[in-house]
Write a protein that binds this ligand. Structure first.
Ligand code: NOJ
Length: 419
């Protein structure tokens, strides 16, 4: 399988390359930068969501699963991107968001039975939303209360309804027919909820990954990680055939085996949160290594930038650790330049304060870093100090360090190399 030892580059489409001067990255921009991915030597790229979206969660609130957001381009642009990627031997992964839609998805009005509603006039239980507050909101139009694991603008789909299963299988087939090579599956441990909507028990304090706000007060026994999640994923697998499926399963490593019955890989979150300490890293890595079926990852668009989380003095070692581990590795755009957290904007665009991790790529030393000829939606951080043009060909640069590590993956020995 092509993905088994692959390096996958995560592209945050709004922040990669703008082609039309509106300050927002787009698909044509990505196509124009594919030679950079070939230069870096990666095997594939994952596009964070490209679908039409009111942007309450920057694309993770999908208003139409089988179209491209007009700000990012058209389906023709997408086809061109896939063609050009494949011509270079690069595989293309999309982000699939099966747990919830946008509240502006037509289904919410036309097929309300595809969502989860409280049987009472108010919240059905004590469940909390991942970004804070209760997990139930009142729909002003019908007066009924619906469930949302994330923002209120993201109502949860009811995977116990066979129509949802069939519709999402169609989505998978739609994109496969357009040539995509696989999917990163969003939030799949919360895809199915308890049929009886039972209260979650108070937190035991055993959950090793960070949880935000009030959601940390509960153990997510009934609102998440139900055994039926695997049936839902099996249906997606059936539609996907042998396309690559990597799951965002927000659990410790010990929770991964059931998901691996149907997914190829799951992200190794314990590593993503491990402090830069030999023993803590070893503890995070060894069980996942034993499982043998994880995607190694040190950062993404949801969490502080690698250079800020570990300190710039550790970014080289981090790259070495990530790219020497046996198996598949994911690199988040900009980490190869050492991009730190940015300032974000005031007021924040993302209510969960993730703007600082999503600033534009820095291609050159110009004021907009070569990202756009217009006004960037988030300002660049420090293009004069850090950019692709300056690091390319400079053998001492972080970019060339990444490039060498990727190039050496086939020939050199791989294993757990701790700092
Ligand atoms: C995980 C995604 O990575 C994150 O950006 C998003 O907010 C949630 N899932 C909800 O879709």
């Amino acid at each position: 399988m092509w993905w088994q030892d692959a390096v996958v580059y995560q592209i945050y489409p709004r922040s990669f390359q703008d082609s039309d001067g509106d300050g927002i990255g787009d698909l044509r921009g990505i196509t124009s930068r594919l030679d950079y991915l070939s230069y870096l030597g990666v095997d594939a790229f994952w596009l964070s969501p490209i679908y039409p979206s009111p942007l309450a969660d920057f694309g993770y609130d999908v208003a139409d699963y089988t179209a491209v957001d007009p700000q990012l381009g058209t389906l023709d642009d997408f086809d061109e991107l896939v063609r050009e990627a494949h011509a270079r031997g690069l595989k293309v992964l999309l982000d699939l968001i099966p747990c919830h839609t946008s509240i502006e998805h037509a289904w919410f009005r036309e097929h309300p039975d595809r969502y989860i509603w409280s049987p009472v006039d108010g919240p059905a239980n004590n469940w909390k939303a991942a970004f804070g507050g209760g997990a139930w909101s009142r729909d002003e139009e019908s007066g009924r209360w619906y469930l949302h694991t994330f923002y209120p603008e993201q109502p949860d789909l009811d995977w116990r309804n066979p129509e949802v299963v069939a519709a999402m299988q169609d989505v998978v087939r739609f994109w496969l027919a357009r040539g995509v090579d696989g999917f990163r599956l969003d939030a799949v441990n919360v895809i199915v909820k308890d049929a009886e909507l039972r209260d979650d028990p108070p937190a035991s304090g055993d959950f090793p990954l960070p949880l935000a706000g009030e959601s940390a007060e509960l153990d997510h026994v009934y609102s998440a990680n139900r055994p039926e999640a695997i049936d839902a994923l099996r249906a997606l697998r059936e539609a996907a055939g042998d396309a690559f499926l990597v799951g965002e399963v927000y659990l410790p490593t010990s929770g991964y085996p059931p998901y691996l019955e149907v997914l190829d890989l799951v992200f190794a979150f314990e590593l993503l949160f491990a402090p830069w300490d030999r023993e803590r890293l070893r503890e995070a890595i060894e069980p996942a290594l034993e499982l043998g079926r994880v995607a190694w990852v040190l950062s993404n668009h949801d969490f502080p930038r690698l250079a800020s989380r570990l300190g710039p003095e550790h970014v080289r070692e981090a790259a070495t650790l990530l790219l020497k581990l046996p198996g598949t590795a994911f690199v988040y755009q900009g980490d190869e330049l050492g991009l730190p957290n940015g300032p974000g904007v005031d007021p924040p665009l993302d209510r969960a304060d993730r703007d600082p991790f999503r600033h534009p790529m820095q291609w050159d030393g110009s004021p907009t870093g070569g990202f756009t000829s217009g006004e960037p939606w988030l300002p660049p951080i420090d293009p004069a100090e850090r950019n692709v043009e300056a690091q390319k060909g400079d053998s001492g640069s972080l970019l060339e360090h990444y490039r060498r590590l990727i190039a050496e993956r086939e020939s050199s020995e791989r294993g757990l190399i701790l700092p």
